[in-house]
Design a protein around this ligand. Structure first.
Ligand code: SF4
Ligand code: MG
Length: 313
């Protein structure tokens, strides 16, 4: 369909180093051109795995990636490459993946050169432009990774992702390592780039305050499943799923709103052996016998608002 940037088919499998784990189950995700989708959930819920599959860094055993209506991984040669490069990942700490001995400008330009998008002779000039667009001094292209602060390294990571002219950025905890004022600056940069380049974002974060600030729509995951999805303000004002309600109640920054939800209790069960039925049932104050037996389907509970919970069926 028109306008859809990426869509994943049902039942995606991730792999742990040892045994195969079903990390994701029937996880469909659609992003519209220019949209910012926040993907939230506690650690281990599969949001990073889903992000890496969208970005093509993990293969899904049975899922499919579509971009502009075409299945990316069925395309061949140049067409496949161009389609795949449309989706780039911005990591939490680009420092870890930057070679300390190579000037950052060269590292940032490398992918574009490698994929034939820029002749090597022009790469440096192109990276200088990119640096200015992300708020770095053009001359800093010749600096080494250790000469950058945390906030500057985040910008280097963004420049690197942008170097191949993507249309969708997958940001996995991209501002998590930064202090609050630096976070705000980098989030503003993301929003400026969205305007300038008509970018689409899949913004993965455990921080509901950050997601509230940046996302148009929020998708909530719990133990490998999407449990709720709706426009951002609606999620924060009228969360439908008991898990989302508990998650929001556990955020002190958001607690000033009047809210009578129960706090999130108990450990997150292991994704290796998730609970039967609704995965949330051991922690849910509304759990019934049906919840222990039968997994709820994601259903429309209000216009543009999906939730997977037996309370709505
Ligand atoms: Fe709670 Fe049952 Fe809804 Fe799961 S399906 S969230 S256990 S009420
Ligand atoms: Mg993660």
């Amino acid at each position: 369909p028109q306008g859809i940037v990426s869509r994943l088919g049902s039942r995606l499998l991730g792999r742990a180093p040892s045994a195969p784990v079903q990390a994701l189950h029937r996880t469909d995700l659609e992003l519209k051109q220019g949209e910012v989708v926040g993907l939230v959930g506690e650690s281990g819920c599969g949001k990073s795995t889903l992000g890496r599959i969208v970005a093509g860094l993990h293969r899904s055993d049975t899922g499919h990636r579509f971009f502009d209506g075409k299945e990316i991984d069925r395309l061949q040669g140049d067409e496949h490459l161009r389609s795949a490069l449309n989706i780039q990942m911005v990591f939490q700490d680009p420092y870890a993946s930057l070679n300390p001995r190579i000037p950052v400008g060269r590292a940032v330009g490398e992918a574009a050169v490698l994929h034939g998008m820029v002749p090597r002779s022009e790469a440096r000039a192109r990276v200088k432009e990119l640096f200015e667009q992300v708020g770095l001094e053009a001359d800093w292209v010749s600096r080494f990774p250790h000469q950058f602060s945390g906030g500057q390294r985040a910008r280097v990571g963004i420049a690197r992702a942008l170097s191949v002219q993507p249309r969708l950025l997958v940001c996995d905890e991209s501002v998590a390592a930064l202090d609050v004022s630096m976070q705000a600056q980098v989030l503003n940069l993301f929003m400026d780039l969205r305007q300038q380049r008509n970018l689409t974002y899949l913004f993965i974060s455990h921080d509901l305050g950050v997601v509230h600030h940046i996302a148009d729509r929020v998708v909530v995951m719990y133990l490998g499943r999407i449990v709720e999805s709706c426009p951002t303000q609606e999620l924060y004002d009228k969360p439908a799923h008991p898990y989302t309600q508990a998650l929001l109640a556990s955020v002190p920054r958001l607690e000033s709103r009047k809210r009578a939800f129960i706090p999130l209790q108990g450990e997150i069960p292991s994704p290796l052996s998730p609970p039967s039925g609704c995965h949330f049932h051991p922690r849910c104050p509304h759990a019934s016998e049906r919840c222990r037996q039968e997994a709820p389907e994601l259903k429309e509970v209000a216009p543009q608002h999906m939730a997977a919970c037996h309370l709505f069926s």
